[in-house]
Design a protein around this ligand. Structure first.
Ligand SMILES: [Zn+2]
Ligand SMILES: [Zn+2]
Length: 243
């Protein structure tokens, strides 16, 4: 059976043309596809609603992403069972003594077992593994040199997967050059604005501030607080990982 997540070298080469981070882009594409399909099922399929109630919905970050992407009617229909479950659990808790704080916290879905966080981790690990193989070839490193590189998070994860120290050095030097160029572009932008010469700003100078934040913080749609830690924890338990 064809692995639909298998990415060809051509696709990777094409992904490298982005002005953002290709790994962040790929993860968001998978999340977007999931939401597009799941929103509909959640609103219309009773089994999915039951399953959502049983698994306590999504982590806080993805709950808000759901609000941004789904319709009020869809969430209203899809979340009724989860709300009833929470109401029942709270009633049970009201009759119990002991540590309520932990019991209440356990009703909030954790990123470690949120279905979308899990999907993100899988896509991220899979894509980075393929990128690590891609970058071992000299001609692909030339393509990488002409790209905008990766965000810091994904650069760190990629260097952990690459075994050749020369390739790691290459990746870090490329990133150093890119961040240095961003600083120059941002300075030039400010200077041209100060001398009322905005019309002379290049495309690179105009969007340098957004690229800078994206390359430091990662793509805004997949930027989850603490996700670095959880990914690494999970990866440490994975079969491809060495202590
Ligand atoms: Zn990234
Ligand atoms: Zn999540």
């Amino acid at each position: 059976m064809e692995d639909r997540n298998k990415i060809t070298a051509d696709t990777l080469a094409s992904d490298m043309k982005t002005r953002g981070c290709p790994v962040c882009n790929r993860i968001w594409e998978s999340v977007f596809e999931f939401f597009a399909q799941w929103n509909y099922s959640l609103a219309n399929n009773e089994n999915i609603q039951k399953e959502n109630a049983a698994s306590l919905g999504l982590c806080p970050f993805h709950s808000w992403q759901l609000v941004a992407m789904a319709s009020p009617q869809g969430i209203s229909k899809g979340y009724v069972q989860l709300l009833r479950r929470i109401a029942d659990e709270l009633l049970t808790l009201s009759n119990r003594s002991g540590n309520r704080q932990e019991d209440l916290a356990s009703l909030i879905k954790d990123s470690r077992d949120c279905r979308i966080c899990s999907l993100m981790r899988e896509r991220e690990a899979d894509y980075l593994q393929q990128l690590a193989e891609f970058i071992t070839k000299q001609e692909n490193r030339l393509l990488y040199s002409n790209s905008h590189g990766l965000c810091l998070r994904h650069l760190g994860l990629l260097t952990a997967l690459v075994s050749d120290p020369e390739v790691v050095q290459f990746l870090l030097k490329e990133a150093a050059g890119y961040f240095g160029q961003l600083a120059k572009d941002m300075e030039n932008y400010s200077l041209k604005l100060a001398s009322r010469q905005r019309y002379l700003c290049s495309r690179d100078e105009k969007d340098a501030y957004v690229r800078a934040i994206l390359h430091i913080a990662g793509g805004q749609n997949i930027c989850i607080q603490g996700s670095n830690e959880s990914w690494l924890k999970i990866n440490r338990q994975g079969k491809n990982c060495e202590e």
